[in-house]
Design a protein around this ligand. Structure first.
Ligand code: T4K
Length: 408
């Protein structure tokens, strides 16, 4: 039955879902396997500091990423911090610059600043959201030490161009691959490119270790430095050889990581099926466009991204978000603000990065994953269709409600 505006939960109707459908619901793998591993951890009486499960997890991650070294860390932000200060000529100095895309999770910029370095924000392609290599080149100065590309939503950056730019300017090239575990660049695992890449194993990622991450690289010397710096700067012989922090992954996290990793292929298959169902179900909805991925690369489809064009859909992304949330569809506006627009980075001279700013107005992540069925996807798509069919009406009601609440 067709639903009208008054059927929407935002306007008093009954929500389509009793229990929420979420973006970022954890993929824990088999509970029994996890509990078995936790018993081993307790039996071992070894809870952290390079324990056997951490070592096993690193081995599995290195195999999956197709690299020689995977150095696990307590989260990807710390992994990025460890890398950001590594230059071709030793440790970066305060005020050195690192080029990062303006469209990413805040952690990419903060990791650079946390090391006392200056993140220089680069614009992105207005469709893919990936760092624009032409603009990277234009931003290089004598203080630039590194480029951090972000494999946004598992899409690979223009790896070839960035590698050339980095090599010809003697810069380090790192990839923030936080959302991209299980993805490829062509047929190659995505972690194999640049000097190093960082994966996130946060609870909301395709493989989770509660909190966690890994730096992956084929560079033996860089691996040794990162391995030391995640453990207070301790070298293989136990002496302190570099500055460092406590970035270690504990055994409970490794137990979850190993268990979640076992479910990776199944989860990718599930996400892929949901992606295809969304493509079909949203095909006739004007102004709501599924983010297509370049089929030369494999995506994990962990983030089910759409863009909402207010002109065509008749309502802004945020209005659609309100509609969805009222129905217990917990979509997310990833990302609603570009880094250069955020308080810590908003300089006295306004910077305009139209590619990133435009996407921040339109992006929306929809629920997917093993807990979201094909029927759920169709139901979510139907809500979106109803919202768009009533776009101008929703916009008008939302405006008057905001005005009454003193919001506008
Ligand atoms: N670089 C990039 C490009 C990244 O995307 C990220 C992380 C990083 C670097 C840094 O990685 P880590 O240092 O975190 O390893 C979430 C995550 O906290 C963050 O890891 C992730 N990106 C970012 C895109 O999303 P929030 O602020 O949106 O999280 P939150 O708590 O609002 O939860 C999001 C959704 O997940 C909700 O629908 C609820 C659901 N959820 C969340 C948790 C924690 C669950 O269902 N269960 C849970 O346990 O940042």
């Amino acid at each position: 039955m067709e639903r009208g505006i008054t059927d929407l939960a935002l306007f008093g109707g009954t929500p389509v879902f009793k229990e929420d459908r979420r973006v970022g619901r954890p993929n824990p793998g088999l509970r029994d396997r996890f509990l078995e591993r936790m018993n081993t951890v307790l039996d071992n009486e070894w809870l952290t500091n390079m324990g056997p499960l951490m070592n096993e997890f690193e081995q599995r991650v290195a195999e999956a990423a197709g690299v020689r070294h995977a150095i696990s860390v307590c989260n990807a932000t710390v992994g990025l911090q460890l890398l950001a200060g590594e230059t071709h000529t030793g440790e970066a100095e305060a005020g050195d610059e690192v080029i990062v895309p303006a469209l990413t999770f805040i952690a990419t910029g903060h990791a650079v600043r946390w090391r006392g370095l200056r993140p220089v924000f680069c614009d992105v392609d207005p469709v893919t959201g990936l760092i624009d290599p032409d603009q990277v080149e234009a931003l290089i100065t004598p203080r630039t030490r590194a480029i951090i590309g972000v494999h946004l939503w598992g899409q690979p950056c223009d790896v070839d161009r960035l590698e050339k730019i980095a090599a010809s300017n003697r810069l380090r090239l790192y990839f923030d691959a936080a959302p991209a575990f299980g993805c490829t660049y062509g047929d190659e695992p995505i972690g194999r490119f640049g000097d190093a890449a960082v994966f996130s194993f946060h609870a909301t990622k395709i493989v989770n270790s509660f909190e966690g991450g890994a730096v992956v690289t084929d560079d033996d010397a860089l691996a040794e430095r990162v391995r030391a710096s995640r453990n207070f700067g301790t070298g293989p012989d136990g002496t302190i050889e570099t500055s460092g922090t406590n970035g270690k992954l504990n055994e409970a996290a490794a137990a979850m990581g190993l268990t979640s990793l076992e479910a990776l292929d199944e989860n990718i298959a599930c996400n892929r099926a949901n992606f295809l169902t969304y493509v079909e179900a949203l095909a006739d909805v004007p102004g709501v466009t599924v983010q297509e991925f370049d089929s030369r690369h494999r995506n994990n489809h962990h983030y089910m991204m759409v863009t909402v064009s207010e002109e065509e859909a008749g309502l802004h992304r945020d209005a659609l978000l309100d509609v969805l949330r009222a129905e217990n569809i917990l979509a997310q506006p990833y990302f609603a603000q570009a880094l250069h627009q955020m308080t810590p980075y908003r300089g006295s001279t306004p910077v305009s990065l139209p590619g990133a700013e435009g996407l921040c107005e339109r992006l929306l992540a929809l629920p997917t994953g093993a807990a979201v069925s094909a029927e759920d996807v169709r139901t979510i798509s139907d809500v979106i269709r109803t919202a768009v069919a009533n776009g101008p009406g929703i916009t008008a009601r939302r405006k008057s409600e905001l005005a009454a609440a003193g919001g506008e």
